[in-house]
Design a protein around this ligand. Structure first.
Ligand SMILES: NC(=O)c1ccc[n+]([C@@H]2O[C@H](COP(=O)([O-])OP(=O)(O)OC[C@H]3O[C@@H](n4cnc5c(N)ncnc54)[C@H](O)[C@@H]3O)[C@@H](O)[C@H]2O)c1
Ligand SMILES: [Zn+2]
Length: 344
């Protein structure tokens, strides 16, 4: 089959056309891939940074965001049949530990992620455990179904924080931050404020419903948000940049007793003033990892079916799988926001 593989311990990926098709185990589902999304994680894998070098097994097929059609099922699979259009939760677990057995499988201790720890979806076929399959509703188009994974990150963060009738600050309106703006709006948020260093992303955040989008390099915005929110600060912070300065600014702009949901991943451990920004503020800090299995997926489907999410301007480019070099560079150079590749 055609596939993109991490062929060596260095930058880039290689396109091959002779990768053996994966063989589903008894409880696996084999999916013929239609469309895939390129994630920030794929950028790390492409660039082969320290994280990628320490985590990614050389030789795997990369990619974890996709939609496809079931081609075949293992002998013990009972719930699914070939022909069904599906996506899948990319975090797999053996369902043996405390969290996976008590409704929090997204933080299982044995998580293995497709396209990161095991073969992923930048290929004609991908295999996932039956439990991970998510049947896609007929009215959700392929280009949206291909990016349910990051949309799920946004939905998980917004729902964890609770935004209804609250003032919300989103620091970092990249792929997931922009999705969070439209999700928060659909979920009944009050005013949404945003920050990003990229003017095009700030403009898009405003188009999607942010009342104001600030350049974080001019720190004056913090006072402006506080002033706008009774002089106290925003009710909710959604940190979606992974930048240490954004984390600090976000907490400065959060009111005492506010809720901060942190999704952005910092490149290294960062110093942080817990006394002033968390303890004396009495705020609640939530770490957000992945998507809840499968509460987030149900919420996401309902929000999509409501017609209130605006994703068209976030999914900016589509390329054929064979144009993977151009597709990855479009994303890495920041020309594209969410870049999708057509596989079959
Ligand atoms: N916790 C999880 O499960 C999970 C899952 C996926 C991604 N992530 C992380 O979430 C973050 C967002 O992911 P993404 O795919 O949207 O990435 P992205 O690169 O598309 O978005 C990050 C945005 O932050 C902006 N930014 C950079 N510095 C900033 C600053 N100082 N202030 C404000 N904005 C700033 C960038 O311009 C960019 O638009 C990343 O850190 C990613 O690693 C976490
Ligand atoms: Zn992703």
């Amino acid at each position: 089959m055609r596939a993109l593989i991490k062929h060596h311990a260095g930058p880039g990926l290689r396109f091959v056309s002779d990768r053996p098709r994966p063989i589903p185990g008894p409880r696996d589902v084999l999916i013929r891939v239609k469309k895939v999304g390129i994630c920030g994680t794929d950028r790390h894998i492409w660039e082969w940074d320290e994280w990628a070098a320490g985590r990614i097994p050389v030789g795997i097929v990369t990619g974890h965001e996709f939609v496809g059609v079931i081609e075949a099922v293992g002998s013990a699979v009972t719930n699914y049949r070939p022909g069904l259009r599906v996506s899948a939760e990319g975090h797999t677990t053996a369902w043996k530990d405390y969290n996976s057995r008590t409704g929090s499988a997204h933080i299982a201790s044995d998580t293995k992620i497709i396209g990161i720890d095991r073969d992923g979806c930048f290929a004609e076929y991908v295999c996932v455990p039956e439990e991970n399959v998510w049947p896609v509703h007929a009215s959700i188009p392929d280009r949206v179904a291909a990016v349910l994974d990051p949309l799920g990150n946004a939905v998980h963060t917004v729902m964890a924080a609770g935004v209804s009738a609250k003032s919300v600050l989103v620091t970092g309106t990249g792929i997931i931050g922009l999705m969070a703006v439209t999700v928060a709006r659909a979920a009944g948020a009050g005013r949404i404020f945003a920050t990003d260093i990229d003017p095009r992303r700030r403009a898009l955040a405003k188009r999607l419903g942010a009342v104001e989008a600030f350049d974080p390099r001019d720190g004056g915005w913090i006072e402006e948000v506080r002033r706008a929110c009774r002089g106290e600060g925003a009710d909710v912070l959604l940190e979606m940049s992974g930048a240490a300065s954004a984390l600090n600014q976000g907490f400065e702009a959060l009111r005492n007793g506010g809720v901060a949901a942190l999704l952005g991943i910092f490149k290294k451990p960062e110093p942080f003033d817990f006394n002033r920004l968390v303890i004396f503020k009495g705020c609640t800090v939530l770490g957000v990892n992945g998507r809840k299995m499968f509460e987030t997926w149900y919420q996401m489907e309902e929000l999509l079916l409501s017609g209130r999410l605006e994703l068209d301007d976030i999914i900016t480019h589509e390329f054929a799988l064979e144009e993977f070099e151009k597709a990855h560079q479009t994303m890495i150079r920041g020309e594209g926001i969410k870049v999708v590749m057509d596989v079959g």
